[in-house]
Design a protein around this ligand. Structure first.
Ligand code: FEO
Length: 394
């Protein structure tokens, strides 16, 4: 990715990771991702906002080399996670007089994760300003999006808000701006669902904080920039709102077809009753798609067989993941089949402590589903229908 000018003295110097397939070694990236870094050249000083993943640091270095006689005075570190901070040591080698400007918590993490020496830091407080001459930066602490030290940076003269992961999207593109594209929004929702959703209670207060500033561009550190900030802010407000949608997510796998018979029955009856159903076969499902669906769904159904007295390992894994990302889902149900015995439902119930869900029935059956099992499924469906009606979404 070559250098691109955003405003006079403000440049995008980060890199696209077009062919990255997994984020955090777990979330598929159908459209790659990017690590954005921004260079701000003021009349007196120059600042670099965030760096890039060390795997692609040569791209950042090459971009910086395009500026003749460049001297970086400040490296603003908004987040200590390595996809943004990992190239700081290399940039400090290139510009030995540069200082890393960040908050106390981020400094502590950068020392732990990257071994940056203490004397390299300038520690700032919430709302502190840093003058680059004709350009002024204000630091706004926006914690828990998604680490405790995360912060944003406001460039007053150009009305740009740099937000790092906050409002970022997994989307590699040569375009500077998202242009309210639905596919970029999907990449943003994928990112939100995996790492922001567990901290959604912090997001509203962070949005309230940043909205006190007059910005025209949001420049995140993943994906293109938003030049209609309301578009992505409103999307976040929708995702974090307590309102759920008339949707059921079914997380299933089936070894010999018994669980699948029940899932098909569930699917047909729920659809007949006007409920959107998204079934995910755990053998092949995209974990990012599951997370995205759980941003809005009112109900989740866990349906997998018993293996060796406990949940099928794919079921155990998805239960752990769902509990970790803490969706706002309001209702749940459990279904398992078994060959000779098991404790699957008990295990699942013990591992979803983070979910604040009302239980709408469970079904545990041996071998092939019988008539009474099908009747039980229909009871569960009717409870889901009534539950969705009770909160006014059906
Ligand atoms: Fe994009 Fe939390 O790192």
């Amino acid at each position: 990715m070559s250098v691109r000018k955003i405003k006079d003295g403000v440049y995008a110097v980060g890199v696209n990771h077009w062919d990255r397939k997994l984020f955090d070694e777990i979330i598929p990236l159908p459209n790659g991702t990017s690590y954005n870094s921004y260079l701000i050249i003021g009349s007196q000083y120059t600042a670099l906002i965030d760096t890039v993943d060390p795997a692609l640091q040569d791209g950042l270095i090459n971009n910086l080399k395009e500026f003749k006689d460049l001297k970086v005075d400040y490296i603003i570190s908004q987040h200590a996670e390595q996809d943004h901070s990992g190239s700081i040591p290399k940039i400090l080698e290139m510009y030995p007089d540069a200082k890393v400007v960040t908050n106390e918590k981020c400094k502590e993490l950068l020392i732990e994760h990257l071994g940056i020496p203490d004397e390299k830091f300038i520690v700032i407080k919430d709302y502190d300003k840093l003058s680059l001459g004709n350009k002024t930066l204000t630091f706004i602490f926006t914690p828990w999006v998604h680490w405790p030290e995360t912060m944003s940076t406001y460039l007053q003269e150009d009305k740009i808000l740099f937000t790092c992961d906050f409002f970022g999207s997994h989307y590699a593109t040569s375009e500077l701006y998202a242009k309210n594209s639905e596919i970029v929004l999907e990449g943003a929702k994928r990112y939100y669902a995996e790492i922001m959703m567990p901290f959604r209670n912090f997001i509203k207060s962070n949005i309230n904080k940043i909205e006190k500033f007059d910005f025209e561009i949001i420049a995140p550190s993943h994906g293109p920039m938003w030049n209609d900030p309301k578009f992505i802010i409103n999307a976040y407000l929708d995702w974090i709102s307590p309102v759920v949608k008339n949707e059921v997510v079914v997380l299933y796998t089936s070894m010999h077809g018994s669980t699948k018979v029940i899932v098909d029955e569930l699917y047909n009856r729920l659809v007949e009753n006007g409920i959107k159903v998204t079934p995910f076969n755990l053998v092949s499902a995209d974990l990012g798609e599951i997370a995205i669906s759980l941003v809005d769904a009112a109900t989740i159904i866990f349906a997998f067989p018993t293996v060796l007295t406990g949940p099928h390992p794919l079921g155990a894994s998805i239960t752990y993941f769902v509990n970790a990302i803490k969706p706002k889902t309001k209702f749940a149900s459990f279904i398992t089949s078994y060959g000779w015995g098991g404790m699957t439902i008990k295990w699942v119930k013990e591992h979803i402590g983070n979910l604040k869900v009302e239980m709408l029935g469970e079904l545990e059956f041996k071998g092939l589903p019988k008539k009474e099992d099908i009747e039980k499924v229909n009871e569960i469906v009717m409870r889901i229908v009534e539950a969705h009606k009770s909160i006014g979404i059906l």
